[in-house]
Design a binder for this molecule. Sequence first.
Ligand code: CP3
Length: 343
Amino acid sequence: MARGSDKTILRALAGEVQAVPPVWMMRQAGRYLPEYRATRAQAGDFLSLCYTPDLAAEVTLQPIRRYGFDAAILFADILLIAQALGQKLWFAEGEGPRLEPVRDTSALRAAGDIHDTLAPVYETVRILARELPPRTTLIGFAGAPWTVASYMIAGRGTPDQGPAHALKDTDRAAFAGIIERLTEATVDYLSQQVAAGAEVVKIFDSWAGSLKGADFADFAVAPVRRIITELRARHPGLPIIAFPREAGQGYVGFARATGADCVALDNSVTPEWAAEHVQKDGCVQGNLDPRHLVTGGAALGAETRRVVEAFAKGPHIFNLGHGITPDADPDNVHRMLAAIRGD
Ligand code: CP3
């Protein structure tokens, strides 16, 4: 289906090797762009931006206009699903997300009841499906259950996901119940994004790296495998990208274990290692260290070429190892794109 498509991202996800890899960036709509800061100011606050379809679509389109990326990623946040399940969510200015912590599912809504809250997100997807250039792929997304649960249980971001580990280790049934509810809700949420026009979905497991041994199998692999299996049953052939960030050795075999078409790589693994051990199973996405977009210079060009060349023999989508940061220089993105093309 995707082979021969004029959408380079879909071709890479179908396994095609391209002379110049398609490219987009995590957090490509963000505070490093003056036009994002202006639209965010217009929205008033971050959550209003996420829930106002015209403005969320506008910030999604801004980096496409400026840079011509091959993919646009829906502008939203992985924590909206916690709010849709009935949990209080707010963003403390300059401090990140805050939630009223949960320890079990007693205060949460049923998975099927999330859509009233999330309807504006589906509307954003519909606007984007109409307005994106024909060659640009639209990516929808959700957080993986473990990462979303880590915020729901702690009530905030934590360096080591300590509260979520503690609940997992002291009240396994309550913890597994939260993961189960999130898994069901995530299938429904992503399915609605696809129905609205998302062509690819990405599952962000930013804290997968803190799950070790059997916990990695139970909570980083199994829920993601279930989400992928159920989504594919509803949407045959849907391309899916999984991002088990900082999984290290856990990246090996992750695509086969979950059914993902593409594994996104963080920059703690070298592209040479990942080409040998991960790309052998299919498409990979990544993995330039985002700090090069802050520091620029010769290292930006050299490291960009290193990533392109290390992955040149297999299907590859160029991306960063994590989101672009607010202090990045927007002109460095142009320099990265020139280096990818070999200019
Ligand atoms: O990538 C994109 O351009 C799409 C939009 C997107 C956002 N967040 C917008 C956002 C996506 C895919 C996310 C995912 C997300 N959100 C993750 C997983 C990926 C990762 O970064 O590891 C996580 C853990 C979150 C939760 C979250 N949202 C945190 C911890 C924060 C605060 C940190 C920060 O950067 O401020 C957010 C806020 C957030 N989400 C911003 C953006 C653009 C910044 C908000 C602002 O404008 O003030």
